[in-house]
Design a binder for this molecule. Structure first.
Ligand SMILES: [Zn+2]
Ligand SMILES: [Zn+2]
Length: 256
């Protein structure tokens, strides 16, 4: 593995280690390009606190910290500043404005909730509701069409447990849209490492049929998760099983 664009920091409240440690592990393991993509701050209506992302106040320090590491490790590794972000139709425009107020190289989509996280269950909560599935797919498709996102992290994080034909129909729409807009889909190595319900086989059968391209994302929440060997091996096996082409761009699609 030469490039990883899915890296968190302690600021999201569920990751550990210092920023420097993520960079050190990456260098040690032969990574040439490391993108930080911590859970972005988000512009919710007044008073709502989201516990799994950095606060607005932390954004400045996050950017400064990575900038300083860029200088310190220049010549040894290329670092990029990014965020993992949801596409919540009502709040996304304001949030992108906030993100752009400081340096940001790229965004990846991580649709952890369907349309908003206020008063809704997460995408990974099992559901048999077609309307939940539809909401998820609509948000992801809008995100792809917006052109804001370099790639789609764990596109299969929606835990739909209903009719398989309905699942196929909706997920085919995501795969086709991603292909049309040349947006890669992530094979999430954290899911593989931890034996989570994703990656979802049925999703990747569809992606293989549609002809999507995949990117490996470490989804590192600990420094030692960066380019962790077993995860990469599992990822390769997984992609081979479905005949998925894995690409490894040496720079992200930049946020314009
Ligand atoms: Zn996380
Ligand atoms: Zn992540």
């Amino acid at each position: 593995m030469k490039a990883n664009y899915h890296t968190h920091t302690y600021r999201c409240n569920h990751a550990s280690g210092t920023d420097r440690e993520y960079v050190e592990y990456a260098i040690q393991r032969g990574i040439e390009v490391l993108g930080f993509s911590d859970h972005s701050p988000y512009c919710f209506p007044d008073g709502y606190y989201s516990g799994f992302r950095m606060t607005h106040e932390q954004q400045k320090e996050y950017v400064e910290s990575i900038e300083a590491l860029k200088d310190e490790f220049s010549g040894k590794i290329k670092l990029y500043i990014g965020y993992e972000m949801e596409y919540y139709p009502e709040y996304v425009d304001k949030t992108v404005e906030l993100i752009k107020s400081r340096k940001c190289d790229y965004l990846i989509l991580g649709q952890h909730y369907r349309k908003t996280e206020i008063g809704q269950s997460s995408s990974s909560t099992p559901t048999e509701s077609e309307s939940d599935l539809s909401d998820y797919v609509e948000s992801v498709i809008s995100a792809i069409k917006s052109g804001l996102f370099f790639y789609i992290a764990h596109p299969d994080v929606m835990n739909y447990k209903g009719d398989i034909d309905i699942y196929r129909e909706y997920m085919t729409r995501i795969c086709q849209c991603a292909k049309e807009h040349d947006t890669p889909l992530e094979i999430n190595l954290l899911g593989l490492r931890e034996g989570r319900f994703y990656p979802v086989d049925e999703f990747w059968r569809i992606a293989a049929k549609v002809g999507n391209k995949a990117i490996f994302g470490c989804d590192a929440h600990r420094p030692c998760d960066v380019a962790e060997e077993e995860g990469i091996m599992l990822g390769k096996k997984y992609a081979d099983k479905f005949g998925i082409e894995v690409i490894e761009p040496m720079q992200p699609r930049f946020l314009k």
